[in-house]
Design a protein around this ligand. Structure first.
Ligand code: SF4
Length: 641
């Protein structure tokens, strides 16, 4: 097996007095695995322990609140001494596996809601967060002094709990960033106005931590190099700030980007180029002498390696890649690159759930967050398992069952893996989705799954093979409502269009403005077609994750795609679509109509196989939903057969 330990990734580095065995750092991500009082739960500890076993040089644990009123979600807390014990167990178990562990400490300021903290939020100025909306109360000077002291006290508790250091969260529009930026700080006292005044709050915090924790305690600082909002900070001022922070005694800078108003920059979706923040890190690195860490959809260790070789950063923070594959460093070290499961930037499990204040999950790693409950064990009674359907649910079921030691046969009636998920990778900016399908395909081949493509599974095959269990993962099929003319030759399905099974003429009307309709519209616009979307609801792409939706709507506008909302298609003929809008009937000229009107589950096979073998139905074959549910159900089906 090829060993890549010569890679710069595996060159140790010191941050202050803390020596890391390699350059890969788990960046802090809110998990909602702690209890409501900020205590570390077994779920939280095992989640981090799993990463430490995976070989990460350091883990930065997310958002330790310095005050219970400074939490945006159920983040961990070290605002009182009673919380030290549970987090001490966390640090001990992570250290035992060889990783360093750093507590990120924060106050979210206005980036919370009264629903989470039970009170009006506070901020530098009484300006609401443009996303969450609650109007904060402007902090008084004594209150500012109190929060400064809370940061120092929290850092000291982190030290007592065994953390190797703290990272002061000055990025992403949280309270420290609210003070630092002209975008959110409109104060006219000594904490507002000039850069010197806006920096007073973070500099006092660093001083307080240093005084309380001593000269040897590691202090890092996270900063948004560019806030990516009108009037927000840009890289030039960030460089000046970096120099001042270093002078104040920090040991490392972690260069990120964005605020809640530009969430796509904090947690960039698949539309954003991997490593897009690296050039900002390089700019910061030019003006400081302390280690600089970069972040931002660096989802491949080879990309991490090339950044280190370029000298643009000293450390690579990988958040979601560590969710997708906690063993990434060890696999890379052993040359098992094909086995690394890459984050695809879908946001389904780690962002959509988070913004519901629910524990995070991962679409490509269905065991994430369940490590404390489940361990995949080899079976002592191997069975013959048939899986029907090679979408994400079926592939994951086949992989898991084969890993457990069962003999698995996979039937798929088309000539390829992935189902709708593979089709979903075709529109512009969505190519990363295919990496998960190809990873699953490779894994099941390595595990010896018997793969039968181009084969429709029938009751006759079931009678002949007599499997012990049939897992039905037959997915969903497009809806086709009773509209006059819908069976015409000029009416096509979005899926067939994306798969290039059919081609459209020049003027296209897309029936349905959900995610599939919008992405198909973009795909056709990229081919030079004139496209109109007709949607019944007042807005489009409502089923799209919100960071991707922002970018999708922008793309639709930039591609001059016409959007007609609050409209119902009443009939279709050979050269037009008739719609009703505001009690008016309107004809829209169209050579081709593409249907994107949702999906319905396809589980007729279950009825055909009734009584022939024990059945398990999973994924969209139960009900059309997102792939996050499909892979989890696939995993559970593979475990429980
Ligand atoms: Fe990446 Fe999606 Fe998993 Fe989040 S849920 S870590 S974006 S693959």
């Amino acid at each position: 097996m090829k060993t890549l330990n010569a890679s710069p990734i595996f060159t140790p580095i010191s941050i202050g007095n803390v020596k890391l065995k390699n350059r890969l750092v788990v960046s802090p991500m809110v998990t909602v695995y702690c209890d409501p009082d900020g205590m570390a739960t077994e779920r939280f500890i095992v989640y981090h322990e799993t990463k430490a076993k995976g070989g990460w040089g350091a883990i930065i644990v997310e958002d330790y609140a310095v005050d219970p009123l400074g939490r945006g979600f159920w983040t961990p807390g070290l605002w009182k001494d009673e919380q030290i014990q549970s987090h001490a167990e966390l640090t001990e178990r992570v250290h035992r596996e060889g990783s360093k562990i750093i507590a990120q400490i924060y106050h979210c300021g206005r980036q919370t809601t009264p629903a989470v903290i039970g009170e009006q939020p506070v901020s530098a100025s009484p300006l609401p967060c443009p996303v969450l909306g609650a109007i904060p109360r402007e902090l008084t000077i004594p209150e500012i002094k109190k929060i400064v002291s809370q940061f120092g006290d929290t850092a000291l508790r982190a030290k007592k709990a065994g953390f190797d250091g703290v990272e002061v969260h000055g990025a992403h529009g949280y309270l420290i960033a609210q003070f630092m930026s002209k975008y959110s700080n409109k104060r006219c006292d000594e904490y507002g106005g000039s850069l010197e005044n806006r920096l007073r709050f973070p500099l006092e915090i660093i001083k307080d931590i240093r005084e309380k924790c001593g000269p040897d305690f590691m202090i890092g600082f996270r900063i948004s190099a560019d806030e990516k909002v009108p009037g927000g900070r840009t890289i030039e001022e960030t460089k000046t700030i970096a120099i001042k922070l270093e002078k104040q005694g920090i040991d490392a800078l972690h260069v990120s980007a964005g605020t809640y108003e530009s969430t796509w920059a904090i947690i960039p979706p698949m539309n954003i180029t991997p490593g897009w923040i690296v050039n900002y890190a390089e700019e910061v690195k030019k003006v400081v002498n302390i280690p600089v860490m970069t972040v931002g959809r660096i989802n491949d260790p080879f990309l991490a390696e090339s950044i280190l070789l370029s000298g643009k950063a000293d450390l690579i923070a990988m958040g979601r890649p560590s969710l997708a594959d906690p063993d990434l460093p060890n696999k890379f070290a052993k040359g098992q690159h094909d086995d690394i499961r890459h984050c695809i930037g879908c946001q389904q499990g780690c962002l959509e759930t988070l913004f519901r204040n629910e524990p995070i999950r991962c679409l490509v790693n269905p065991t994430l967050g369940y490590e404390y409950l489940e361990e995949l064990k080899k079976t002592e009674q191997p069975k013959n398992i048939t899986v029907v359907g090679a979408g994400p649910a079926g592939l994951e079921a086949a992989r898991t069952a084969a890993l457990a030691g069962h003999k698995v046969t996979l039937y798929e009636q088309t000539d390829h893996f992935g189902g709708q998920f593979a089709t979903g990778a075709i529109p512009p900016s969505k190519g990363d989705m295919s990496s998960f399908v190809s990873w699953l395909g490779n894994q099941i081949k390595k595990l010896g799954v018997d793969i039968q493509l181009n084969t429709k599974y029938t009751p006759a095959i079931c009678d002949e093979e007599k499997p012990d269990v049939v897992i039905i993962a037959t997915g969903a099929t497009p809806n086709k409502p009773p509209i006059s003319g819908i069976d015409g030759e000029n009416v096509l399905n979005a899926e067939d269009v994306l798969l290039s099974k059919v081609s459209t003429n020049q003027k296209v009307v897309i029936a349905g403005g959900g995610m599939i309709g919008c992405e198909t519209a973009l795909y056709l616009a990229s081919l030079g077609k004139e496209v109109t979307i007709v949607e019944m609801l007042p807005t489009i792409a409502n089923d799209e994750e919100f960071t991707r939706r922002v970018l999708l709507l922008k793309n639709i506008e930039e591609n001059h795609i016409e959007v007609i909302t609050d409209a119902k298609i009443t009939s279709i003929n050979s050269n037009a679509v008739q719609i009703e809008k505001s009690q008016e009937t309107i004809n829209i000229p169209a050579d081709t109509i593409v249907l994107a009107l949702g999906m319905k589950s396809n589980n007729s096979l279950a009825q055909e196989l009734e009584g022939k073998a024990p059945l398990k139905i999973i994924g969209d074959a139960i009900e059309s939903r997102n792939a996050l549910e499909a892979t989890r159900e696939g995993f559970l089906a593979g475990v429980e057969v």
